[in-house]
Every structure is written in structure tokens, then in C-alpha cells.
Design a protein around this ligand. Structure first.
Ligand code: NAD
Ligand code: LMR
Length: 340
């Protein structure tokens, strides 16, 4: 395995230049799916990928095994591979970073119960990104609790534009689309303008107020009892349901959603007016500035931008406030723990 030499790619550079992609937790469940999808060209097209596989000490040997399997897959897009436990090596000149490495929760835990165990990972990683990553790096935090980990990261990476640091609520968005597709008996591609607000937690608000089916408003197609009694809790608690049934937290669906998130970020939205992205708030919709909350987002000049001008009714206001208040509490906890 070689150390990377060239770092000439920038987000807008030519199609032949390689992309430096770092994946933490590379030997874990999600990494095992994500890396193969990346090397299929699903995000960066025909560009070669220089992979930086980050693990903690005990995971390094398994990461080597993953790298051996990647090699054995004979991917034409595989560039060089670096395996390391040092974020400064792994993030050097990185253009895209998937921060997956963190403990998953067990049955009976909430994601916020992982704050003490996982929050400490993201301060040092933020500092390393700040120091060595490309300034236009695209960062996706997957490790839980994802929103607050991203807030810790951003606080420790002051030279990186906060819009470049995102947390994953695309899995919640996709879960919502899947439930709606079944309920309305339409393909997922017929659905547009789904929004997940707030925290990637049980308090999140999967919101169908603006939902469209085949370009028409879905208002009147979904009854409020189903929405509040079944749909919202189903989507919000789907992670726990998967853990209960599968015995492990979601992995392939998480990797797939991470691919969707980064693919759209690099290539633009695929027929959707917006998708759900957690990113530091600019104060939109009454969410205090800096809180890493999920919003309806579209891409403008390669940057995620929160969709403006949506009218918020009392039911939405109450749900958004509840999930944002949980995010504020989580941030207070990480301050007390000394992570920011
Ligand atoms: P896993 O236990 O299978 O793998 C995690 C890997 O991360 C392990 O190999 C571990 O050694 C490594 N790791 C731990 N700390 C690290 C560090 N500081 N640097 C680099 N590597 C490190 O877990 P998984 O199933 O792959 O899940 C990873 C995380 O993603 C968990 O926190 C899980 O809860 C979260 N997750 C988030 C979403 C989401 O939608 N945001 C979805 C699914 C899972
Ligand atoms: C998920 O939503 O599946 C992940 O965040 C894992 C979990 O702990 O629920």
C-alpha cells in the first residue's frame, strides 16, 4: 500500500484527475458496502479514487483485509490505497470524507447515548481536517449521533466552510420515500419534495406537507391519523426496528444513502426539487445558527442551500421546535464533556 503523491484534483477539475476519498471505520459494516459502491463509479464517475482507509489500532488489520478484497475486485477505478490510524495522514488533501468510524448503538439505546463514547472522535478529526484536507472538501458524518458529531467537527475545523460539513439524514429521507411509495402504491421516483427536519434521532420530523406525487400536491391523499400514528414514528424509529430484527444496526441501506448524498452533492439532484441534508443552520426556519439540523436542501453552485420560503404551520412548528430543542441539549452535553 503506497502513500499518496499527487493531489491535483479540485471539485471542478477535469474528469481524468483522481479524487482523494477518505473513509473512517473502513473495516466496519458500512465501510464494507460503501467502498464497493464508490469504486463502481456511482459518485465520481470515471475518475480514479485514491482511497484513505482510516481505522483505530485494532481495526487496522481488518482494514488491510478490506483493501486486499478491493484489489481482488479488479476495479479499474482503484488508485492508491493508504491504511492508517492517523487522521492527518488519512485526510491529507482529501476531497471527500465519509466519517463512518464510531460505535453503533445496541438494542435499547438511543443514539444520544453514544455521545460520550463517540463525540471524542470528532474533535481531533475536525482539527486534522482543518489542517490537512483540501479546503473544498465535502464531508459527510455518518457515525452517531451524526448531527452533534458534525457540530463538534465543524467547531474544530474553523477554516472549512460550514456548508462543507454535513450529517446524514438521507437514510431517513429514503425510509420516508419507501413508506410513502408503499402507502400510495406509486414508485419512489413519483415522489418529490419530501423533507426530514431536525435530528437523526427519534425526535426527527419526517414532513409530507410539501410532498408531491407525479408533480401534484399529495394533500388529501394521506390521512393525518396515519401520518402521526404510523408514518412519522415508523420512519423516526426505523433504525431501532432494524437493530431489533437484524441484530445489528443498518449497514447496506446506510451506505446506499451515503452514496445518494455524496452523488447528488457532486453531480446535482436526480430529478428531485430538494432532498434532506443535515448541515449547520444559517438561522432559517427559526433554527438557531450553527445547529446541525436536517433541512430541505438543494444545490446552488456546488453548495447545499436550505430551500427558502416554505410556510410553516403550527403542527410543523411544534415538531421542528421539539427536535431542535433535543439538538441544543446534545450540544450542551458535548460542551460539558469538553468536546467543543
Ligand atoms: P461497525 O462497528 O461495524 O464499524 C465501525 C468501525 O469504525 C469499526 O471498524 C471501528 O474499529 C471503527 N472506528 C471506531 N472509531 C474510529 C475512529 N476514531 N477512527 C476510525 N475508525 C474508527 O459500525 P457500523 O455499522 O459501520 O456503523 C458505524 C456508525 O454509523 C455507527 O455510529 C452507527 O450508529 C452509524 N450509523 C449512522 C447512520 C445514519 O443514518 N447517520 C446509519 C447507520 C449507522
Ligand atoms: C439508523 O438509523 O439505522 C442508524 O442511525 C443506526 C441506529 O442506531 O439506528
Amino acid at each position: 500500500m503506497t502513500q499518496s503523491a499527487e493531489t491535483t484534483y479540485s471539485a471542478d477539475a477535469g474528469v481524468h484527475e483522481p479524487v482523494n476519498v477518505a473513509v473512517t471505520g473502513a473495516a466496519g459494516q458500512i465501510g464494507y458496502s460503501l467502498l464497493w459502491r464508490l469504486l463502481n463509479g456511482e459518485v465520481f464517475g470515471a475518475r480514479k479514487l485514491n482511497l484513505r482507509l482510516l481505522e483505530v489500532g485494532p481495526g487496522l488489520k481488518a482494514a488491510e483485509g478490506v483493501a486486499m478484497e478491493l484489489l481482488d475486485s479488479a476495479f479499474p477505478l482503484l488508485g492508491d490505497v493508504v491504511i492508517t490510524d492517523d487522521p492527518k495522514v488519512g485526510f491529507a488533501d482529501a476531497h471527500a470524507v465519509f466519517l463512518v468510524g464510531a460505535k453503533p448503538r445496541q438494542a435499547g439505546q438511543e443514539r444520544a447515548d453514544l455521545l460520550a463514547a463517540n463525540g471524542g472522535i470528532f474533535g481531533p478529526q475536525g482539527k486534522a481536517l482543518d489542517e490537512v484536507a483540501s479546503k473544498d472538501v465535502r464531508v459527510l458524518v455518518v457515525g452517531n449521533p451524526a448531527n452533534t458529531n458534525a457540530a463538534i467537527l465543524s467547531a474544530n475545523a474553523p477554516s472549512i466552510d460550514p456548508r462543507q460539513i454535513t450529517a446524514m439524514t438521507r437514510l431517513d429521507h429514503n425510509r420516508a420515500l419507501a413508506q410513502l411509495s408503499q402507502k400510495l402504491d406509486v414508485p419512489v421516483t413519483a415522489l418529490n419534495r419530501m423533507t426530514v427536519w431536525g435530528n437523526h434521532s427519534a425526535s426527527q420530523f419526517p414532513d409530507v406537507t410539501e410532498l408531491q406525487v407525479d408533480g401534484e400536491s399529495a394533500a388529501g391523499k394521506l390521512d393525518q391519523e396515519w401520518l402521526t400514528g404510523e408514518f412519522i414514528p415508523r420512519v423516526a424509529k426505523r433504525g431501532a426496528e432494524i437493530i431489533e430484527v437484524r441484530g445489528h444496526s443498518s449497514a447496506a441501506s446506510a451506505a446506499s444513502s451515503a452514496i445518494d448524498h455524496m452523488r447528488d452533492w457532486v453531480n446535482g439532484l436526480q430529478g428531485q426539487d430538494w432532498v434532506s441534508v443535515a448541515l449547520p443552520s444559517d438561522g432559517s426556519y427559526g433554527v438557531p445558527e450553527g445547529v446541525v439540523s436536517s433541512f430541505p436542501c438543494r444545490l446552488v453552485d456546488g453548495h447545499w442551500e436550505i430551500v427558502q420560503g416554505l410556510e410553516i404551520n403550527d403542527f410543523q412548528r411544534q415538531r421542528i421546535d421539539a427536535t431542535v430543542s433535543e439538538l441544543l441539549e446534545e450540544f450542551e452535553t458535548v460542551k460539558e464533556l469538553g468536546f467543543v
